[in-house]
Write a protein that binds this ligand. Structure first.
Ligand SMILES: [Zn+2]
Length: 321
């Protein structure tokens, strides 16, 4: 029996190891390209496979870098009821008030998004096409994470309310089952007057949905036959024990479009960050050749991160992306 449980856990854990799932992040970055104005879209479209494939690099980096994990979330409720008033939006002010150690301990996603945004502005200014692509795809990942409600709470995997597994359920399994039915026509990227304010707004909206995410799963569970909540399901070549299709369908229905709305919002916000960075850099013409050696080095870095996965496992929260 014990062996069976371990076997199930081993197969289940990888499902929970990525925010929005690898599939979700890749798709979100890809779709964000289509929100861009034509002067910028050409460059991104030419490299759309890179932007999409590398959408998952920040999750890979977690196998190599201890500092990586807190960049993907913020447990805003750690700071109390009126956290959005208490926590300064600017990094320096927040460090002065709470210390950097505290901020790192509870996650830094909004500040990291802001930092990546300015890196992207600089890359555009230098017309460093390879670095623009790398930074833009990383930035897309962190912005998408900030749109996931369970990336904004200490109860990130339902571990405080006996709802273990809900993290991967909401952000990976539901999109994998239903994203093909979502409407991904999200309109045009907007010029952001304050990227920092914009990402904080995203975090606030995500956090406002946390109670619904948890409460609906809890009330559905109470009324659900306990032997039908989980089932074995095929995933690639593996059979995994996960939330059953029936339970997933009912929960998804109760959420009433929430997953779709958060993905749609991620896409437009990512496009808006890319577009605003390019405008802030003076709208450089990005029709510049990319040194293949630089792209090769980026690919190489990713291979090394993947290799470290086997050696280190993951730093920080095992369920997080
Ligand atoms: Zn992530």
């Amino acid at each position: 029996m014990r062996r069976t449980v371990c076997f199930i856990l081993l197969l289940t854990l990888p499902l929970l190891a990525q925010s929005w799932g690898f599939f979700g992040h890749k798709r979100i970055n890809r779709l964000a390209v289509y929100t861009l104005p034509s002067e910028l879209m050409g460059f991104f479209k030419e490299h759309i496979d890179f932007i999409s494939d590398h959408a998952v690099d920040p999750d890979m980096r977690r196998y190599a870098l201890k500092e990586e994990a807190p960049r993907h979330y913020i447990d805003i409720d750690h700071y109390g009821e009126d956290a959005f008033e208490r926590v300064p939006k600017r990094w320096d002010s927040a460090v002065s008030k709470f210390t950097e150690d505290t901020l790192q301990a509870y996650g830094i996603v909004p500040w990291h998004v802001n930092r990546m945004y300015y890196r992207l502005v600089e890359a555009f200014r230098r017309k460093d096409a390879a670095y623009v692509l790398k930074t833009a795809s990383d930035l897309g990942h962190y912005i998408a994470d900030a749109h996931v409600p369970l990336h904004t709470t200490e109860n990130y995997n339902g571990q405080l309310t006996n709802q273990h597994g809900i993290h991967g359920f909401w952000e990976s399994r539901l999109p994998e089952l239903y994203a093909d039915d979502y409407d991904f026509f999200v309109g045009r990227a907007q010029l952001l007057s304050s990227p920092l304010e914009s990402i904080w707004k995203a975090v606030e909206q995500s956090h406002a949905a946390v109670d619904s995410v948890l409460d609906m799963e809890r009330s559905l569970t109470i009324n659900y036959p306990s032997d039908e909540k989980y089932a074995f399901d095929q995933r690639g070549n593996a059979v995994v024990n996960t939330y059953s299709r029936g339970f997933s369908a009912d929960y998804h229905h109760m959420l009433n479009g929430m997953v779709e709305r958060r993905i749609r919002r991620s896409i437009i916000v990512i496009g808006s960050f890319w577009y605003s960075a390019w405008v802030e850099a003076g709208q450089p013409d990005m029709d510049t050749p990319i040194d293949p050696a630089v792209l090769e080095a980026i690919e190489q870095e990713r291979k090394e991160m993947e290799a470290k996965k086997a050696k280190n496992g993951i730093f920080g929260r095992a369920h997080e992306g």
